[in-house]
Design a protein around this ligand. Structure first.
Ligand code: GAP
Length: 517
């Protein structure tokens, strides 16, 4: 292993560097950039599209193909407008917004309050980190949190805000939500003033018209979640697939939300992609399955090479209109712990509502119980773009090497890397390019590979490190004599001389999906 010093910055600087890295290396571009972009909409570039596809495929493999009782569908984005009336989205899919009268900036009231709590939490963390440094090995964090007067005081403050906020949300008391903002002395980050409007509800669905004649056309919505496409196909899938409860229906696809505050890059977008699974269970068994899927999903995240401390559960303060239990799996992004995935026990709300609005029975006959019932549903719902950001933030590293030079490397899990191997002739002549292309031609049957002959070998390695390519194969004069190549590993930067016939086997072993479980 070549010695390196990790010089990766933290927090805002790290986040800024990741965003510019994404643009420079073809991962993510602002949408319609030549027209100055479109707020909170992004395009995935040549490497981003590959990484996103690999994450989606891995989710599909784990959730659909690795479960005998889960099947996948691909429903349309446009749905009958009554779907959204039935699901409650027309009436209740809204966020509380508040404007600052001086800056004219709009904020989500709940986010302002949550950010204020996060600031207090950061103070606790600072105290804990200081104490950790002081006490070293013998430090008992839980005991410290339970006994240190300053930490306890901060925690009491957070708990009090949380309780008050929860009560206000449950009572839909928007005046009280504003009062919390006033009492916490929250200022507008732009104007610095506390000159706030009242809090109002704002529906997040985009609408458009379907049909050529404007008078006759129907108002339809761009789906704000993929889940409803699963609910309305529940009976189609159950009957055609002879599915027995418990069983799941999964799908991945675009969702659209007119977010009030769309910021933080691909974390909160107006057009994004979800990977959702609805698990249909017997009424009364939903809590057992809710706990099961909580654990399963957390395991899935942890197998991807993240430190255990990077994820945590967060129970919802206010349950959505359809849920009787809900939590988030949060990830520690460069800007702090935020929701990555939601696990929701949605009861029989959706199927019952669709029965009511469509007039069609959406029930299941349980042969073991010899009775009909409306199944309960446990949902796992993850944003593909957020998962992409989590993986990228964890992979991004800046390093200083022994010789004083710097490199940026994406330590992506090998099986997710957009390019698995790059084949490079040492020089652009003397038969080396031809030999390199011959090797490449064999590899491209199994892996996404790149051919690179431009610039010095050192520069080429840096370019591949920055893209996250785990293996570089160099073809030199010895290759022409004995058919051996060097294989260079991204993370250690070490090289081995191997027979060209072995390349495929070595890479296959490293990128096997089976290895990930
Ligand atoms: N069907 C349930 C549902 O949609 P949600 O918590 O609103 O639940 C699920 O969304 C996941 O979708 C979130 O955990 C997040 O990863 C992702 N998501 C939601 N809004 C998003 C946005 N504006 N941009 C990117 N991802 C988003």
């Amino acid at each position: 292993m070549i010695n390196t010093t990790d010089t990766t910055p933290k927090g805002d600087e790290l986040f800024k560097n990741i965003i510019s890295h994404c643009k420079e290396y073809g991962y993510i571009f602002p949408s319609s950039e030549i027209y100055d972009g479109l707020s909170a909409v992004y395009d995935y570039g040549q490497y981003g599209a590959e990484l996103k596809k690999n994450i989606r495929d891995y989710w599909w493999k784990s959730m659909v193909q690795r479960h005998e009782n889960i099947v996948g569908i691909d429903s349309a984005i446009f749905m009958h407008p009554t779907v959204w009336k039935a699901s409650g989205h027309v009436d209740a899919f809204s966020d509380p917004l508040i404007d600052n009268k001086d800056s004219k900036k709009r904020y989500r009231a709940d986010v302002l309050i949550e950010d204020a709590m996060a600031k207090i939490d950061a103070k606790i963390q600072k105290e804990v980190d200081k104490a950790k440094g002081r006490f070293g090995e013998s430090f008992d964090e839980q005991q410290y949190r339970n006994t240190n007067p300053r930490v306890m005081e901060y925690q009491t403050k957070i708990d009090a805000i949380e309780a008050r906020f929860k009560a206000a949300l449950e009572a839909n008391d928007l005046a009280e939500v504003k009062q919390i903002i006033v009492d916490l002395e929250i200022v507008c980050p732009v104007s610095g003033s506390r000159n706030w409007t009242d809090v109002r509800q704002f529906n997040l669905m985009f609408s458009t018209r379907m049909g050529s004649v404007s008078d006759d056309s129907d108002l339809i919505y761009l789906r704000p979640e993929t889940a409803q496409g699963i609910f309305v196909n529940f009976l189609n899938v159950q009957k055609s697939g002879r599915m027995k409860i418990p069983f799941g229906i999964a799908q991945t696809g675009k969702a659209f939300r007119n977010e009030i505050v769309a910021r933080q890059f691909i974390f909160r977008m107006r057009e994004f992609e979800q990977m959702e699974m609805q698990y249909f269970v017997r009424p009364g068994e939903e809590m057992q399955w809710y706990n099961y899927w909580k654990e399963e999903r957390m395991k899935w995240h942890r197998t991807l090479g993240f430190a255990d401390s990077k994820h945590r559960f967060h129970d919802h303060l206010k349950l959505a209109h359809y849920a009787n239990a809900a939590c988030d799996i949060e990830y520690e992004f460069p800007f702090g712990f935020k929701e990555l995935e939601g696990i929701h026990s949605r009861t029989d709300f959706d199927l019952k509502k669709h029965e009511e609005f469509s007039g069609k029975k959406l029930q299941y006959f349980d042969p073991e119980l010899n009775e009909n019932y409306t199944p309960y549903v446990v949902e796992t719902s993850i944003g593909l773009d957020r998962m992409f950001l989590a993986i990228l933030s964890n992979a991004y590293h800046e390093e200083k090497l022994e010789d004083g030079s710097d490199r940026v490397v994406l330590r992506l899990p090998d099986f997710l890397a957009p390019i698995k191997a790059t084949v490079m002739p040492l020089v652009k002549k003397e038969g080396l390019p031809e030999k390199a292309r011959e090797i490449m031609d064999v590899l491209t049957w199994d892996f996404n590979c790149q051919y690179d002959e431009k610039d010095s070998i050192g520069k080429r390695y840096r370019r591949q490190d920055a893209i996250g390519t785990p293996f570089c194969i160099t073809v030199d004069h010895q290759t022409l004599e004995d058919n051996t190549v060097t294989i260079r590993y991204r993370d250690t930067m070490l090289q081995d001389r191997i027979s060209a016939d072995k390349i495929s086997g070595i890479i296959t072993e490293k990128v096997k999906l089976k290895k990930q479980e």
